[in-house]
Design a protein around this ligand. Structure first.
Ligand code: SER
Length: 321
């Protein structure tokens, strides 16, 4: 044991992709919970000032096995949260880059766990694992999947590998299928559900928004605080409670662009919404409208806390200048 963590109770945790939409808030939450020094943030680029100054940061490419292994050995990392990924819309433009990043980063952490260099992994999956043949409403945990997007194919393959590494090598890997995540601290990048964040920025700065999905496209969504709470709850649960080692369905709310526009209009009556669907409409059309997350509820006690109204209030309150 090196002097770095000799006196520490919590074993160091590494976050890959710490400067992204989820990684940023996960880093804040874990630093708040365990103390700044044991939460090592890493990314291929630097993040915001608060993230960079509140604890250790390493420039790291999650697909570089040797670099990752070096950081894990140096800090004596026990847990890794792998939040680096290329999202659905960008992945359609760069399929091979998306596959390379999304899969090789996962193989790196799974193999490090297999070699017992780390004890536990969190890896996010997505509603994108489902496809056009999946039941659209209240999509079950186990059902037809057949994803039709590059991102969805990478997440479904990832789920199978997580399940395989757990079964074959006993790797403690845990996962949820995040819905579209709504947050105000860091912008998302390249996702199909990003409209549900852009709309708040545009409502406040311009009083209007042109949505890239049509008005009736209903998708599963979640406020970021719920997503972070679910992640920590799953990671802190006793291993005996984790009956699913591919990935858990996770749900909080579902709405259409028209419904979120109405929710904003309740607080900003002048807000105007228009629609100009682009290539992301096809992606959204292949995903479910709502998700059955009863396994997450029964296995480790998941309960969402934020609905559309509450999310709208918080978003507008925090984004207004
Ligand atoms: N929010 C993601 C996306 O739109 C889905 O996991 O790509």
């Amino acid at each position: 044991m090196n002097s770095f963590n000799f006196i520490l109770m919590q074993k160091p945790i590494l976050i890959l992709g710490a400067c992204g939409q989820i990684g940023t808030e996960l880093t804040y939450a874990l630093r708040e919970k365990h103390g700044n020094d044991v939460i090592i943030a890493s990314d291929i680029r630097e993040g915001n000032e608060h993230l960079m100054k509140s604890g250790p940061f390493e420039l790291l490419d999650a697909t570089d096995y040797n670099a990752l292994e070096g950081i894990i050995a140096y800090y004596e990392i026990s847990e890794v949260y792998l939040m680096a990924a290329m999202l659905s819309a960008t992945a359609e433009k760069f399929p091979m880059r998306a596959w390379h990043l999304n899969m090789n980063s996962l193989f790196n952490v799974l193999n490090l766990a297999k070699e017992q260099k780390i004890d536990k992994i969190f890896w996010p999956s997505s509603i994108a694992v489902f496809g056009p043949n999946t039941p659209v409403n209240n999509t079950p945990q186990n059902t037809i999947m057949e994803p039709t997007t590059v991102y969805g194919i990478s997440k479904q393959s990832g789920e199978r590998w997580c399940h395989y590494y757990h079964k074959k090598y006993g790797v403690d890997v845990r996962s949820v299928r995040y819905p579209g995540l709504i947050s105000y601290k860091t912008m998302p990048g390249g996702g199909t559900t990003d409209y549900a964040i852009e709309i708040f920025h545009s409502a406040l700065s311009k009083g209007r928004y042109t949505c890239f999905l049509n008005k009736d496209t209903k998708l599963p969504m979640m406020f970021m605080d719920d997503a972070i709470r679910a992640t920590l709850q799953l990671m802190e649960s006793n291993a005996t409670k984790i009956g699913i080692r591919s990935s858990y369905n996770l749900s909080a709310m579902s709405f259409t662009p028209q419904e979120i526009a109405k929710s904003i209009q309740r607080l900003l009556p002048e807000f105007e919404m228009s629609y100009a669907p682009d290539f992301r409409q096809d992606i959204a059309d292949s995903w479910p409208s709502s998700i059955d997350d009863s396994k997450a509820r029964s296995d480790w006690g998941w309960q969402p806390g934020f609905n559309l109204e509450k999310t709208t209030e918080i978003m507008l309150e925090n984004l207004k200048t």
